[in-house]
Design a protein around this ligand. Structure first.
Ligand SMILES: NC(=O)c1ccc[n+]([C@@H]2O[C@H](COP(=O)([O-])OP(=O)(O)OC[C@H]3O[C@@H](n4cnc5c(N)ncnc54)[C@H](O)[C@@H]3O)[C@@H](O)[C@H]2O)c1
Length: 444
């Protein structure tokens, strides 16, 4: 049997999600044929790791400027795009033009203009782009979809969604490329694309109008100084800076072998600093955001995201004309132990709860099992769907193409625009995403 050939671009922190199953569990049907990254240290570290851990044969690795050479020489069937968000469109389009299909990490891209370029390339080439919305595959999220699709709460009219990022995970977006809007689109694109996608998919609706507000209220130099924490702003980064020891936001790249190998040892060939001070000047994204969204079906969403919370997770209430669902996940608290070592998550605080209440009825608790691994058990399921020769039939519509990728990123893009002009923004004014459709499931 011919193996499906994969090449990857972007060999940073996320890429094991794809290359490990190709080299391991799905090796009988899949083959990794090339790795591309601007850092030779990073791409070779992953390659050596795969050789060591899975016994794969050595394969060529390519510098960023040789991406097209990789395509010509290695002739992948599918290219996996895992570079910083603002670069996705460029590598997606070049892969499609070559004749490969694409798997792109979320967000598909960061604004409507770049999405238009992807959309045109899909139409021109007839190739496909999958957006890896792994959150859809988490057991709790899937259960919510099942219940709504079965009519358990009638027609959905209103959603209230609050997401909390803690001072470990949330802070991490302020240490590197994510902290610049031109690279990540800000958290309303980079992070909220997961949340807007869940909502679009849960209620099977396409978003129409967005009004958003946001601000940088916690990270950044000015905020720390205003809180009397000027001492935390005195160094540009953490690693190798004795003065930063004891700083609860410190990240020590030398304290973790993977961080050291991937980022510290690669500083000289990529210039990428993974541990910049979260209380420095120049951050251009928000850490506190609210958005109101109206859907083409008439449903309304009230959304909020904060990136400096003591704990992490989300809660969502979905109201329909026959009842209401309340779903909450607690992921991790960020606490600091007595020896000042950062600790994420005492296990006892993790969990999920799902409650269904119909009009004029008692509430029912519905059990949800939340596995420890891979984004609450989501990653192994989407990997099976992507890489298995015979993936289990998918009845929940969890596979997403480029249009469904756009339906969520365009909410964030419209939110960015709305924050700029101080007024609601119609998504169709940014990109006319199949104006004849109301339902997400009508999109590719
Ligand atoms: N679905 C999820 O849960 C999830 C989780 C984490 C990251 N992601 C996504 O995965 C993608 C990668 O994130 P990450 O955490 O691995 O980031 P990262 O910074 O660790 O890695 C990015 C890699 O891209 C490389 N790169 C940068 N510019 C390049 C260029 N011009 N050409 C080639 N390579 C280049 C960097 O050298 C680096 O190795 C992002 O789009 C992110 O949104 C998704």
């Amino acid at each position: 049997m011919m193996k499906h050939k994969y090449a990857v671009v972007g060999t940073g922190g996320r890429i094991p999600m794809f290359i490990d199953p190709i080299a391991g569990l799905y090796r009988d049907t899949s083959e990794l044929v090339g790795l591309c990254d601007l850092s030779a240290t990073r791409r070779r570290w992953h390659l050596q790791r795969l050789i060591r851990e899975y016994g794969i044969d050595p394969i060529p690795d390519y510098a960023a400027e040789d991406f097209d050479v990789m395509l010509k020489e290695r002739r992948p069937d599918t290219v996996i795009v895992c570079v910083p968000d603002y670069l996705h469109h460029d590598y997606i389009v070049r892969s499609l033009e070559f004749g490969a299909n694409v798997i792109s990490e979320k967000p598909l891209t960061i604004d409507a203009e770049k999405f238009a370029v992807i959309d045109a390339a899909v139409r021109r080439t007839g190739r496909s782009v999958r957006t890896t919305f792994n959150y859809r595959w988490a057991p709790g999220a899937s259960k919510v979809r099942q219940l709504i699709a079965s009519g358990a709460i009638g027609t959905v009219k209103h959603i209230d969604f609050e997401y909390m990022l803690n001072t470990s995970h949330g802070a991490d977006y302020f240490r590197r490329w994510h902290s610049y809007k031109k690279f990540s689109g800000g958290l309303l694109v980079h992070k909220a694309t997961h949340h807007f996608d869940l909502i679009n998919w849960w209620i099977d609706a396409i978003p129409e109008t967005v009004f958003a507000m946001g601000n940088l209220v916690f990270y950044g130099k000015e905020n720390a100084v205003a809180r009397g924490q000027e001492a935390l702003t005195r160094y540009p980064r953490y690693t190798g800076v004795p003065e930063s020891e004891g700083d609860p936001f410190r990240m020590n790249l030398e304290g973790d072998p993977t961080l050291k190998a991937l980022y510290r040892d690669a500083e000289s060939d990529s210039g990428y600093l993974r541990d910049e001070n979260v209380f420095r000047d120049g951050i251009t994204i928000e850490d506190s955001m609210s958005a109101t969204v109206r859907y083409r079906t008439g449903a309304m969403l009230s959304y909020s995201l904060n990136a400096y919370c003591p704990c992490e997770g989300f809660r969502v209430s979905i109201s329909g004309d026959a009842g209401r669902l309340e779903y909450a996940e607690r992921h991790a608290a960020h606490i600091i132990t007595g020896d000042r070592e950062l600790k994420i998550e005492p296990n006892a605080s993790r969990g999920a709860s799902l409650r269904l209440q119909n009009l004029f009825s008692d509430p029912q608790e519905i059990p949800v099992h939340m596995p420890e691994s891979g984004h609450g058990g989501a990653d192994p399921l989407i990997q099976e769907q992507i890489f298995s020769a015979n993936p289990p039939p998918e009845h929940l519509g969890r596979n997403a193409g480029h249009e469904q990728g756009a339906a969520s990123l365009l909410v964030g893009a419209a939110a960015n625009h709305s924050m700029k002009i101080g007024a609601p923004v119609r998504i169709t004014d940014l990109f006319n995403l199949r104006p004849e459709c109301q339902r997400l499931s009508q999109l590719i």
